[in-house]
Each structure stands twice: as C-alpha cells, then as structure tokens.
Design a protein. Structure first.
Ligand code: FAD
Ligand code: ZN
Lengths: 90, 417
C-alpha cells in the first residue's frame, strides 16, 4: 500500500502513522455536550467502502494527511494536506 | 446422532455410511421469539445456551454466508484465562471453565488442548508486570507460574536465548492455556443448537432492522422479512454496518489482523508461545502446521487480507525468537475483520431500542471468549439482566468514562489497542 503524499509523492505505507477516521480533525468546542464529545472521541461510521482517514507522514515530511481510501480493496485514491483542508494554524 | 468411540469403530468397519448431516438446513419461518444475527462462534454459542440454559425453543441464527466462515474460522486459536482487570478476569476465567467441559457438553471433539501457554518477558519491568499479572490470575482461581530463564529453557530449549537485543528473562506459564480447533468449535455449537431446535439459516443476510415505536419487531433479509420479539446482533467485524440499520453508531473501528500457517512438520512446538518484544505468537496444529500471527495491520479494513509490511514484521519477530523455524515454508496467510473498541474490551449490552441487544467489540481476542460470551449474552437476552461475569461490558462506559476496561493500560482511544 502506497500513499500519495502531496509533498513527498508516492510513499510506502510504513512511513506513515495511522490515526483513524478523519472526523478527528473536526474537534467540537469545549462546551459541546457529552453526547457530541462521545460521538467525536469514540463512535465511528466505520464504512465498508470509501472512507477518509487521518495519517501522519512521520518518516517523511511530518505532515498530517486526509487519505481517501477503500476499506474493501485497500485502494488509495487520494491524499490531501490537513493544513490545506483547514487552512494554516488550525 | 451421538458420537462415541464405539460409533467410530462401527462406522469404520461398515464403510462410513451411517454418518448424517450435523444440522438441518431449514427454511426461515415467519416469526421467531429470538433472532440472532451472525453465525460465528459467538452467535452460535448464544443460540446454544439460549436453548440449553433457558429452555427457549423458537430461535433462529441468520448467517449471511456459511457457518464459521468469519473470524471464528480464521483465528490463531489461543485459549487462555490470563486477564488482569476486574471485568475481564472473572469473565475469561468462566470461559476457560466452560472450555474444559465443552467436549462432553457438546458431544463434539473441538480438539481443545491445554498444552500450556508461555508469555515470554525480556526485561526487569516486563518481569514485574508479568509477576503482577500472574498473581491476579491466581487470585482469580486460575493457574500461573513465573519461570526464570532456566525454567523456560527446560520447556522451550529451541528459543534463541543468547541474543543480545532481546534476551529471555523468563516467562509467565499458564498451564491451562492452550488451543482448540476453531472450525470444530463453530460446528459443535451449531450442532448442539440445531439438536435443541434452533433454526440455523445460512445464506441469509440481514439488510434491515424493523423498529416500531422504539421496539424491535423483526428484520429484513435477503430471504424475506422475519418477525421477532427480540434480536441479538453478533456480527463481529460487521457490527458497525448492522448497528447502523438500527440507527446506531458504535465505538468500533474494523481492522485487519493476519495469520499464517506453514507446511506440516513433525511435532516440534509443544506449547503456545508469545514473544514479549515483538508482537508474535505461535503454536503447532495437530496437522503439523506452525500457526502464528502478530499485530493488526493498523488501518481500518474489511478486505479480510493484509499487506506485506506486517507479514515481514511477523516473520522477523519469529526469526528473532526461534531461528529454527526459518526453513519452514509458509503455506497460506489470511486476514479477519476485527471489531476494535477504544479500550480493547468487548460490549455485551442492551441498546436504546427495546428488544435489541448487542454482543461485539471482541477485538483480536474473542475466540477464547466464545463459550462465556454465548453464555452471558443468552442470559441477557433471556432474562434482561446482565450476567454477573459480564456485567462490566457496558456500551455506555465510553461516554461516561466509568468502568473502562483498558487491559493494556494504553488509554481508551481508537488505534491504541
Ligand atoms: C487472524 C486472527 C487471529 C485471531 N487469534 C485469536 C486468538 O488466538 N485467540 C482468541 O481468543 N481470539 C483470536 N481472534 C479473534 C476471534 O477470532 C474473534 O474475536 C471472534 O471469532 C469474533 O466472534 P465471532 O466468532 O462471532 O465472529 P465471526 O466468525 O466473524 O462471526 C460473525 C458472523 O456474522 C456474519 N454476518 C455479518 N454481517 C451479517 C449480516 N448483515 N447478516 C447476517 N450475518 C452477518 C458474518 O458472515 C460472520 O459469519 C483472532 C482473529 C483473527 C482474524
Ligand atoms: Zn510527506
């Protein structure tokens, strides 16, 4: 499995650390309810098919990436820098 | 049909013509009292104990493929009761006791072999942790013996003791631990449930859950609608999808775990061994194949196969621990879909929908749990009360933070187990 890092190009999966569903980049506000925090921290759509998940290019450029991937086939379709998706400083 | 030595002898002498199917292949009825979704180890044992312990008759197990085609037939078959935390400890202890009586109970040879499990340790810190775990096991009433290097050498002379990187300081020996033939466990429970009147319906995928005014009323399947008073979801890696049919999102991420088997060899590994410094565990099947595995691939997956990096890692760990296996040729490898929870412990609970129950989150350790999970989930389904040995496996523990069972002590967060 290779991940197309926007800065480094196609790189071996071993260079990356996997975090999980990309919903993790949308942190609720500290005042949000217990249910919202529980949903954010624990509950997952866990789709069989196309998903977006968060990877860290730890043995590369140290970027956080949102990777579009198929959980049935392991096909990696696309990778996007989190900073680009969210703007710098978020 | 009862199995016995005499029966085998008689069949052997008369051309093996008297064996019959182990279970029926019934058409689904219009309505059942209890429907179990999923014909893996846990679904089948639940149905069995519903019939056996609670005298219930009108039950069906709905399986989308064939019985035992999921994780129950894909695991590395380690059976043990060496858990540490309250909540887990009493549950797995109960499970091991059920294992010890299982073959007589089911009249089925599940090849349960208590050949002893040895968890190796490689540092002072690990030794302390295992000593503490061993004491917890003894307090629970199970068996544990702390071995030093020489003690390990007596049992496992073929390990690489001299290596400098991961010297073997000793091992925690659990003599009652061992393995079993995984398919036979599914088949034994299937036959036991069928004999007690449970309908086992294969090639029947559940595609929807019918809910009316907050109460479950039945399910939609590829073989038509089936009504039911109660429904139990027991679908392991597919828990997320089936729960979504009832509008639920679960604290579960499905990951792939791989396993490997070599060509058949003469008996050489008499125990189940786990390496404490690289995720690696191994035993030898009765056919002679070395059965071994390692860690998750560590990304969400439903592919039931893994990638090469974890294969390489597992082989490296094996070679580090016991170089003698280097000449064995790997015959096959495969993967299963693991229902991973944030704290690494399972869920046996009611849901917010009345009459709908769920048993899931077995991560990579649910084979040994097959007897007790079925036993306790059947108790919950039949009586609406949590069984005392499974009362900690609550769904709401993640939300409240109360009663988390983080056996590894790494934190209750996805991807840490
Ligand atoms: C490689 C590997 C090694 C492992 N090693 C060990 C070990 O050494 N020791 C240990 O204790 N555990 C081990 N495990 C874990 C253990 O195998 C699982 O935790 C356990 O088998 C899961 O429960 P189950 O048997 O009910 O799951 P499964 O056998 O997966 O049963 C679930 C069933 O539900 C069915 N299903 C899914 N969706 C639907 C639907 N919509 N409608 C109808 N049916 C549906 C599936 O087809 C499947 O048959 C291992 C697992 C793997 C993959
Ligand atoms: Zn990069």
């Amino acid at each position: 499995m290779r991940i197309p890092c926007p800065t480094c190009g196609d790189r071996d999966r071993r260079e990356f650390y996997y975090v999980g569903d990309a919903q993790i980049i949308n942190r609720p506000s500290p005042e949000a309810s217990e249910d919202i925090w529980n949903d954010y921290l624990h509950n997952r759509d866990n789709p069989a098919g196309v998903t977006k998940d968060l990877w860290y290019h730890e043995n590369g450029c140290n970027s956080w990436l949102v990777v579009t991937r198929n959980t049935r086939t392991h096909e990696v379709q696309h990778a996007e820098l989190v900073t680009k998706l969210k703007g710098d400083g978020s | 049909m009862r199995f016995s030595g005499l029966k085998i002898l008689k069949e052997g002498l008369t051309g093996n013509k008297g064996w019959t199917n182990h279970w029926r292949d019934p058409e689904p009825k219009q309505e059942y009292d209890i429907l179990i979704i999923g014909g893996g180890g846990h679904g089948l044992s639940t149905a069995y104990y519903l019939a056996k312990n609670h005298g219930l008759k009108n039950i069906a197990v709905l399986e989308k493929g064939y019985l035992g085609g999921g994780n129950v037939g894909r695991n590395t078959t380690i059976v043990r009761a060496n858990y540490f935390l309250p909540g887990n400890s009493e549950f797995y202890s109960h499970s091991l006791k059920l294992w010890e009586g299982l073959e007589h109970d089911l009249n089925y040879n599940v090849m349960h072999s208590q050949r002893g499990l040895i968890n190796l340790f490689h540092s002072d810190g690990q030794r302390d942790a295992f000593a503490r775990r061993g004491n917890a096991m003894i307090n629970q009433g199970d068996d544990a013996i702390l071995l030093d290097t020489e003690g390990v050498r007596d049992l496992l002379p073929y390990l690489d003791f001299e290596q400098v990187r991961f010297p073997i300081y000793g091992g925690l020996y659990h003599p009652r631990g061992g393995s079993a033939r995984h398919d036979a466990v599914a088949w034994g429970y299937a036959r036991g449930a069928d004999t007690r009147g449970v309908d086992l319906i294969q090639n029947c995928e559940v595609t929807g859950i019918d809910i009316s005014q907050g109460r479950v009323t039945g399910v939609q399947t590829t073989r038509g609608q089936i009504s039911a008073k109660k429904v139990g979801i027991v679908v392991a890696g597919r828990s997320g999808q089936v729960a979504a049919m009832a509008g639920m999102r679960l604290p579960i991420e499905s990951h792939v775990l791989q396993a490997f088997v070599t060509e058949g060899l003469k008996p050489c590994i008499d125990h189940v061994i786990s390496f404490g410094m690289g995720h690696f565990y191994i035993s030898q099947s009765d056919k002679g194949g070395l059965v071994f595995g390692g860690d998750l691939d560590f990304y969400a997956s439903y592919a039931q196969r893994g990638n090469l990096p974890m294969k390489e890692h597992v082989m490296e760990a094996g070679m580090t621990l016991m170089p003698m296996i280097g000449k064995a040729r790997v015959l096959r490898s495969w993967g299963g879909i693991m229902d991973m929870t944030p704290d690494g412990s399972p869920i046996i609970d009611k849901t917010d929908v009345e009459g709908l129950y769920i048993d899931c989150g077995w991560c990579y350790g649910g084979f040994k749990a097959v007897p007790a999970s079925g036993y306790c989930f059947a108790h919950l389904l039949a009586t609406d009360k949590h069984h005392e040995f499974a009362s900690g496996f609550r769904l709401d523990r993640f939300k409240t933070g109360y009663g988390l069972i983080d056996e590894e002590g790494t934190g209750s967060q996805h991807n840490l187990h």
